[in-house]
Design a protein around this ligand. Structure first.
Ligand SMILES: *Cc1c(COP(=O)(O)O)cnc(C)c1O
Ligand code: SF4
Length: 442
């Protein structure tokens, strides 16, 4: 029903920090580089798999290869002094507990909980906070299924890195969808649920079914779309082709459609190479044959995808494969920021240069967008107004829907990498939303 099996079956086995010592491909790197990788992996999470290592990374281009930089620990993920601190402990043969203690100190300095993720946005039912859910934008509830809080490989820039190293505890994940269902009954304004993680596609199809089926009940007719945020099509396309329960997973998508709902895979593709392998393309085709729409999003990362040709190719290839370009994000203000940060002005230039050469079919994409406490802020352009050079900004999503779409202006700053570094233009004291935000975000 879902087409042929050209690609060989292979089961998923994670590569962890222990593999950094003996992966044969790493022998091409200098000993200093390998020491640095192990030191970084003591602080920030590492995980990969045979598909990423053997089919996505171009080892002849390492250490500059974009997929290598996307998945393997890089020296610039830590400040030089912190890297040196861990390295000297390791060289001196320090006990693992001693290294872990220093790693914890460094982790604490890396802003593990950006944009009020933990305290804000947690919905309540009868005055009780609901576990495993966030409700920030009126139409969309985020749900974090308990078994879906890891990934088939880890991105070096991941803004959820803290949960993978146990700094941010997983108490926010939900083991059952009961609370979600009750909440949705009380909230007819919610038109879609976004299952997210980690990566919910790490779950067995049967576990995913337990979370999805209750949402298909006729009493929840207002939930028209079930979204699943995932990087599995990029990091482990076998999930949709040769994994033992791949067909069962696709049948679940078909059942969502048969229940009169839409299923949208919010697929995270960072680089066109992730779309280039036969199995990646087969996975996309099978997902779409099962009736799911694939919408694509990724952050802009220095040294991984920070040029316009890469984005133009990424978006054009997505359209060619039937997927829909959706968001280009500015990476969040957490973790190894010196490693990934691209100034907003530069991000805008990359976005605009890529956008100009797209067909209209690919101009469904929006960006560069920052996910901040007040909302998703689009850097829409740079303009000169009354002699002042300014960023033109607007909300694509906002905590208060009334803020969406209203242009606002910040003084141009070529070095700024995030909203909190921007100042209002035209001598104003604050951005228009700040007073109200102080009230709602207490
Ligand atoms: C991005 C995001 C959403 C979804 O926004 P869309 O613009 O509808 O894709 C929902 N909730 C949170 C917290 C988000 O960051
Ligand atoms: S796929 Fe998403 S959640 Fe998983 S490591 Fe990458 S950015 Fe983080």
């Amino acid at each position: 029903m879902h087409g042929g099996r050209e690609s060989q079956a292979r089961s998923y086995v994670p590569y962890t920090h222990r593999d950094l010592e003996d992966l044969p491909q790493l022998r091409a790197l200098t000993p200093a580089r390998r020491r640095a990788m192990q030191a970084v992996a003591a602080v920030l999470p590492f995980r990969a798999n045979a598909y990423v290592v053997e089919e996505l990374i171009d080892w002849s281009a390492v250490p500059d290869d974009p997929i290598f930089r996307l998945t393997f620990p890089q020296p610039d993920m830590l400040a030089a002094s912190e890297l040196a601190r861990i390295e000297s402990l390791m060289t001196a043969g320090a006990a693992p507990q001693a290294i872990r203690a220093v790693a914890r100190e460094i982790q604490a300095e890396l802003n593990p909980h950006p944009a009020g993720q933990q305290a804000l946005n947690v919905p309540q039912l009868d005055g009780e906070p609901l576990r495993g859910m966030q409700h920030k934008y009126r139409e969309t509830v985020l749900f974090f299924p308990g078994q879906g809080q890891t990934c088939h490989a880890y991105c070096t820039y991941c803004f959820r890195w803290a949960q993978f190293v146990g700094v941010s505890d997983l108490r926010f994940a939900a083991s059952r969808p009961d609370g979600l269902v009750t909440y949705l009954h009380a909230h007819p304004e919610v038109t879609n649920v976004l299952l997210t993680g980690g990566d919910p596609m790490i779950m067995q199809a049967s576990a995913l079914r337990r979370h999805v089926e209750p949402l298909l009940d006729p009493s929840l007719e207002h939930v028209g779309t079930i979204r699943i945020g995932t990087k599995a099509p990029a990091y482990w396309p076998q999930r949709f082709t040769t994994d033992p329960d791949a067909d069962e997973l696709l049948r679940l998508f078909e059942e969502i459609r048969a229940a009169g709902r839409q299923v949208a895979l919010m697929a995270h593709y960072s680089h066109p190479r992730e779309l280039s392998t036969p199995i990646a393309r087969e996975a996309l085709r099978r997902i779409q044959d099962a009736g799911a729409v694939v919408r694509c999003q990724a952050p802009l990362i220095r040294g991984v995808n920070d040029d316009s040709e890469t984005w133009a190719e990424l978006w054009n290839t997505q359209v060619r494969l039937g997927a829909v370009p959706y968001y280009m994000f500015v990476e969040r203000d957490t973790g190894p920021r010196d490693y990934f940060a691209v100034p907003l002005a530069h991000a805008l230039r990359i976005y605009d240069d890529a956008y100009r050469v797209l067909t209209g079919l690919a101009r469904t994409v929006r960006g560069p967008s920052m996910s901040t406490t007040p909302g998703k802020v689009l850097v829409d352009g740079v303009a000169r107004v009354g002699g002042e050079q300014v960023f033109v900004l607007k909300f694509l999503q906002a905590r208060n829907p009334a803020w969406v779409g209203r242009p606002f202006f910040a003084r141009f700053d070529r070095h700024a990498v995030w909203l909190d570094e921007l100042r209002p233009a035209f001598g104003e004291e604050a951005f228009f939303f700040e007073k109200e935000l102080e009230r709602v975000a207490q």
